[in-house]
Every structure is written in C-alpha cells, then in structure tokens.
Design a protein around this ligand. Structure first.
Ligand code: AMP
Length: 406
C-alpha cells in the first residue's frame, strides 16, 4: 500500500492526545496534546519530530470543542508539511476504552460499530462518549479515510468465564452486563509480546505477569499470548492502588458510606475514583514526590507506599497461582518504568517463587526493554516501556493493509 502514515487519536472528555506515525519504519513524525477543550483557555502543545530539534510549540486560545481541536491539530501538522489532507495518510486509529464483549479485534468504524460503542456508554460513561466524539470529528475531517477503533478491552476478551464473572446473581449481572472487562489492553498486549521477544521466545511459549503501573494501574496474567485474568473490572476502579483510585475495597464500603456517612452515590463515585489511592492516602499521587517525602521521614507517604506495594505483591502472588508457571514479571508505564524502588519492593521476599531483582540492573535508566533479575533467578523480572500509540498504529495499519490486499 502506498499511503504509509497513521494518525492515532486518544480523545478524552476535555482533551485529545495524538501522534502521527510513518509505518514504513514506525517512526513518529509528530505528537501533541490539546487540553481543556471547551474551557475558557485551552492549550495545544505540538511537537514536530521530523526536523533536527524536537521543540514543542504551544498555543493558548479558546478551543470550543473536539472539532475545533482537530482543526487546530491539522493546522499545526500542515505547518510542518504533514497536513491531514495528504494522500500519505492511510487511516486514523482511535483508542476506544470500552468495546464490551463484541469487539475482540481492532475494527473499521461503520455506523453499526458506532451504534455499538454508543450502546456501551452505560458501562463507560466517562470514556466512550468522548471516544465517539473523536471518531465523528475525524470522520468529518476525512470522510474518505478508514477510521479504526482499537479497544482497551479487546485483549482481555480471551479471559475464561471463571475469571470474568463476578459471583453475582447471573440474571441480574447479565441484564446489566456486569462482569470483568479489564482495561489498558493495548498496553498489556504490547508489553507481553515485547517481553516474550526479550526472552527470545514466541508469545505462545511464555506465561507473563504484566504490571502496568501508571497513574491508572492494572495487572494481567497472560498465558501463551492470551489474557487469562486482569485486575480492572467492570470499570477501571478495581484492583491495584492507583494515583487517585482506591482499587479493591469491600463493596460494602459504599453501603456504609451511604447509610452511615450520608454520602450520595455520585459523591462516593468521586471519592473512590478521584480522591482515593495514593492521593487519598497521603495527598500526592506522583511516585517521585512520595519517594522524596519518604526520604524526608514522612510517615503518611511511607504508609501509602507500603499499602501500594502490599496490593501489588498480592496480585503477583495471585497471578502466579492462576498461571501455575511464570516466565516473566514485567513492569511498565510511568511508575513501572521509572520507579526502581517500587520494582525492588514489589519483588522483595519472593525468592521462593523464583523472583529476585538485581540492584545494579534495577537502577539502570533506559528506554529499552531490559531484564533486571539476576542470572540465577528462575523467573525473569523485566522492564518494558509501553507504547500504546505505536500498538494502536500497528493494529490500525495491519487492518487497512489487509483490507487492501483482500
Ligand atoms: P503514566 O500514567 O503511565 O503516564 O504514569 C504517570 C505516573 O508515573 C506519575 O504520576 C508518577 O507517579 C510516575 N512517574 C513518572 N516518572 C517517574 C519517575 N521518574 N520516578 C517515579 N515515578 C515516576
């Protein structure tokens, strides 16, 4: 196929992140972010990556909606000779958070597909509406181009029912589509495959525990390239302690806060999603700041760190049991890629499980996938930088190239 560029769009309720890639060598041509869409003062930060210096350019102005945001992005790209009207553009790939059970693969967007994404809004009220807006806006800009939806949930659709179902009355759960869907799927897919490569094996031949530790965080158990369990559930709230989300908590906490604390359902939602996790425990959600406070003797920061690590360790143990045999435990995303102290603490004391971290290897800073376990360890411990945009671009380009060949 002649056109070789893919634009990746990650549309949030008031933001759009984008990258333009050349799929011939998978290089990034430009990237950027539009923030505070619809607010008084919006900001577009655009970084061209083709010239010698990757100097970001900033625009501060009111950007009323997603259509205006994409228009501004198109202008910035045009200024670099990378206009979206170019015949070089092969497709636009969209991150879509919730694909339910129906979307197990990246999918070319049709009216039917959009309707289905819309039907899933009740289970992803914060994300899917913004994703739909992003797709519609891009369709209006280039109606001739394939728009491809890449779903955060898709990688997890291979989970067996025993992992995906909650032990809740089946009829009620089915009526309201209550089950574990899992999120961060593009990252778990990318990282588990890259980990197999790092081990010099095919994805089918390895069992991996992936720990995606960013501001949002999730763990997954991947057997032979297929996800068999993951820590996020019906929504991204379940599982690990995150920047602002509580992760696992007795569901009765909610009844208790409603009955005894006299809190409304939206207030509790806000508490558990936005005011809990690390920020709720110690006031900070940035692991760098938490480490700095721990070094200064701060007890709240220290306890927050311990709770974070305790939960992480529980999931490593749980997924070890789910998989039976583990070839690698892999850390990724902002915290997983950068915080050596988190990696060290999460694995400390697990020598009986064959897990250990080499202090010197763990302290190396690098953008490359790397092993941090000592040679004697039975199970590899690795750091693999995630790249969700590249994964979305890869999946998008593969789909449109295949369609052209067919
Ligand atoms: P993400 O959501 O993957 O972008 O991750 C963002 C989080 O990564 C931040 O909130 C920080 O807690 C963490 N982070 C980023 N850089 C570092 C670093 N150098 N050391 C420790 N944590 C970091």
């Amino acid at each position: 196929m002649t056109a070789s560029r893919v634009l990746v769009l990650n549309s949030g309720s008031s933001s759009v992140k984008y990258q333009l890639l050349d799929m011939r060598d998978r290089s990034r041509l430009a990237m950027g972010l539009v923030e505070r869409i619809g607010e008084g003062s919006s900001r577009l930060t655009h970084t061209p990556l083709t010239g010698s210096g990757a100097e970001p350019r900033e625009r501060e102005e009111r950007i009323a909606d997603h259509a205006a945001a994409l228009k501004a992005v198109a202008e910035e790209l045009s200024a670099d000779g990378l206009g979206l009207d170019s015949p070089e553009l092969a497709a636009i790939g969209h991150r879509v958070v919730h694909g339910g059970l129906k979307f197990t693969e990246p999918t070319v967007v049709t009216d039917e597909v959009l309707k289905e994404i819309q039907r899933l809004v009740p289970v992803a009220p914060l994300h899917n509406p913004a994703n739909i807006t992003g797709i519609r806006t891009a369709q209006a800009l280039r109606p001739d181009l394939p728009q491809v939806a890449v779903f955060d949930t898709a990688f997890h659709t291979t989970m067996p029912e025993s992992a995906a179902r909650y032990a809740i009355d089946v009829a009620t759960a089915d009526r309201h589509r209550v089950r574990r869907y899992g999120f961060h799927g593009t990252s778990h897919a990318f990282v588990s495959r890259a980990a197999a490569k790092l081990l010099g094996k095919a994805p089918e031949d390895v069992n991996v525990i992936v720990l995606h530790l960013g501001n949002g965080a999730s763990a997954s158990a991947v057997r032979g390239g297929r996800c068999v369990d993951t820590s996020m559930g019906l929504t991204p709230l379940e599982g690990l302690v995150m920047g602002t989300r509580a992760g696992d908590a007795d569901p009765a906490v909610i009844f208790h806060l409603a009955r005894v604390g006299d809190m409304g359902i939206d207030e509790i939602d806000d508490l558990l999603n936005k005011k809990s996790g690390l920020v709720g425990l110690c006031g900070d959600n940035d692991m760098r700041e938490i480490r700095r406070r721990i070094d200064a003797g701060d007890e709240a920061a220290s306890l927050a760190f311990d709770i974070y690590i305790h939960r992480l360790k529980k999931y490593i143990g749980a997924y070890y049991a789910v998989l039976g045999r583990v070839d690698a435990v892999v850390f990724t995303a902002g915290v997983g890629e950068n915080a050596a102290s988190v990696r060290e603490a999460a694995v400390a004391g697990l020598e009986e499980l064959g897990l250990a971290v080499d202090g010197a290897l763990n302290s190396v800073r690098s953008d490359e996938p790397r092993l941090i376990s000592p040679e004697y360890a039975r199970v590899a411990v690795a750091v693999v930088p995630t790249d969700e945009e590249l994964e979305i671009a890869n999946q998008t380009y593969a789909l449109v190239s295949d369609a052209e060949k067919a």
